[in-house]
Design a protein around this ligand. Structure first.
Ligand code: FAD
Length: 445
């Protein structure tokens, strides 16, 4: 079957890889000159299954209220005259109910765990070098109340099979000596040894190159303007995508099936087809610094709970990422937010990096209110979804690609996840923890 994948971020590229493996004739279309040039370019780089907690939890509304008007707040909601943003906000509030959070966390952990195993298999098969580190993730806390609250999330994660062990301050510093300079600030940490980190852009580019070797066709510099449909009601089918190519020519690319993987931009593309997606862009920042003193830079990937920053070592560079701003689709860099990242990184690792040479970047997380992505079918039989992976697209990317390839091929993916447009499987909800669970202090960036 001829399949067109729309978007070549981690999600589109992983989808194309597995669709090709399943025997389909695959093309990928992207407006950028190469793969992983938008949100999959310079993120926090964590494969973070055991911290895969949704942002929507019972403490989130207060956190958002407190951050209103604070330019350097880690989480900033700027109210706009935009219906989607208000609608999204209302859905987000619903997902903050403890029972919803507990359901969402199980969904996320299921697909994230499946995805980590899939990534490991792809890595073993392809040998792609992406500065992968399998030394775990250390989440450190500087606020006693947040640390105490995090123990409940840690317990829930353990219940779901994730190794997540609380550590005392000295144990945390023994594990990651680069934290010694903030010893007096620390109140505790937890460590998830099976989590990983690695450069999403290097991986996605490597996978796209391997996929091209296997016969996947990439149409870069092609902007999709619309999906063309034929028929009505249940007989509606997508027959092609209209694109503008690098020379400005309008063309139509045809296929038997289409996979939507355009992140935050999936919404506008599917709205004319009567497929409403609840995805809003959550703008995040990263800073990448050259490492000057390797022994002073961390080798374990970190989460700085107080500042909602993640830190990953990528070869001779240090990547620090985080913050979230709900403010439309602009990727413009706000100097106040960039400087806040550098200020904190300098405080954490004063001698590790050249702080005069940061590379700042901003990307749009395709956020659903629940943090659970849309993977599966739509009301149009030959149009599929793989989008809305929010703050965890790298963590869930390879598994989502493998799952959509199964679905397009008429198979049921081997993971207990609620796929869109498909009958629900028995997703277990442990009522014992749903009432007591709090995700406070455990939001991934
Ligand atoms: C600051 C930050 C830190 C993060 N840290 C982590 C982390 O540590 N771990 C983790 O798991 N996740 C993290 N994420 C989330 C992760 O980066 C995203 O979930 C993931 O990159 C989304 O991938 P995607 O393929 O859906 O979107 P994208 O990578 O944005 O891909 C979508 C593609 O669609 C293309 N496109 C859009 N519109 C059109 C059009 N009209 N025509 C043609 N092409 C089009 C774009 O060019 C793009 O290539 C972070 C995100 C941010 C912003």
């Amino acid at each position: 079957m001829k399949v067109i994948v729309l978007g070549s971020g981690i999600i589109g590229t992983a989808s194309a890889w597995f669709l090709n493996k399943a025997g389909h004739d695959v093309s990928v279309v992207d407006r950028q000159p190469g793969p992983a040039q938008e949100t999959s370019f310079a993120n926090g780089c964590q494969i973070s299954v055991s911290h895969a907690t949704p942002w929507a939890n019972k403490t989130a509304p207060l956190t958002i209220l407190k951050s209103l008007g604070r330019e350097d707040a880690p989480l900033l909601y700027r109210f706009r005259p935009e219906w989607l943003q208000w609608q999204w906000g209302a859905h987000f509030l619903r997902e903050c109910l403890p029972s919803r959070t507990a359901y969402n966390i199980r969904q996320i952990v299921a697909i994230a765990e499946y995805s980590r195993q899939t990534l490991q298999a792809v890595r073993a098969e392809t040998g792609i070098d992406y500065h992968c580190l399998t030394r775990g993730i250390l989440h450190f806390y500087t606020d006693q109340r947040e640390f105490d609250n995090s123990l409940a999330s840690a317990a829930l994660m353990r219940e779901l099979g994730c190794a997540r062990d609380p550590l005392a301050v000295e144990e945390a510093i023994r594990l990651e000596p680069a934290l010694a300079s903030i010893r007096t600030q620390l109140v505790g940490a937890d460590f998830t040894p099976t989590d990983e980190s690695g450069d999403i852009h290097r991986f996605t580019s490597g996978l796209a190159a391997k996929a091209a070797e296997q016969g996947v066709q990439f149409h870069f510099n092609h902007t999709v303007t619309r999906l063309i449909t034929q028929g009505s009601g249940a007989a509606t089918r997508v027959t092609g995508v209209e694109v503008i190519d690098a020379e400005g020519r309008h063309r139509t690319l045809q296929a038997d099936a289409f996979v939507m993987a355009m992140g935050s931009f999936s919404v506008a593309m599917l709205k004319p087809l009567g497929i409403p997606l609840m995805i809003y862009p959550g703008k995040g920042y990263s800073a990448t610094y050259p490492i000057l003193a390797p022994a002073a830079a961390p080798t374990i990937s970190l989460i700085d709970d107080g500042y909602k920053l993640v830190v990953s070592r990528l070869g001779d560079q240090l990547r620090v990422a985080g913050t979230c701003e709900f403010n439309g689709y602009s990727r413009e860099l706000n100097p106040t937010r960039c400087e806040a990242i550098t200020r904190r990184t300098k405080e954490l690792f004063p001698t590790a990096c050249d702080y005069d040479a940061p590379t700042y970047w901003a990307g749009l997380r395709p956020l659903t209110p629940s943090n659970v992505p849309y993977i599966g079918k739509t009301k149009i039989a030959n149009l599929y979804l793989n989008t809305g992976h929010g703050s965890l697209g790298w963590t869930m990317g390879c598994g989502s690609g493998k799952a959509i390839a199964d679905i397009v091929s008429g198979k049921i993916p081997d993971v207990n996840f609620r796929f869109s447009g498909m009958p629900a499987r028995a997703v277990q909800l442990a009522t014992s923890t749903s009432d007591t669970f709090t995700a406070s202090g455990d939001q991934r960036t």
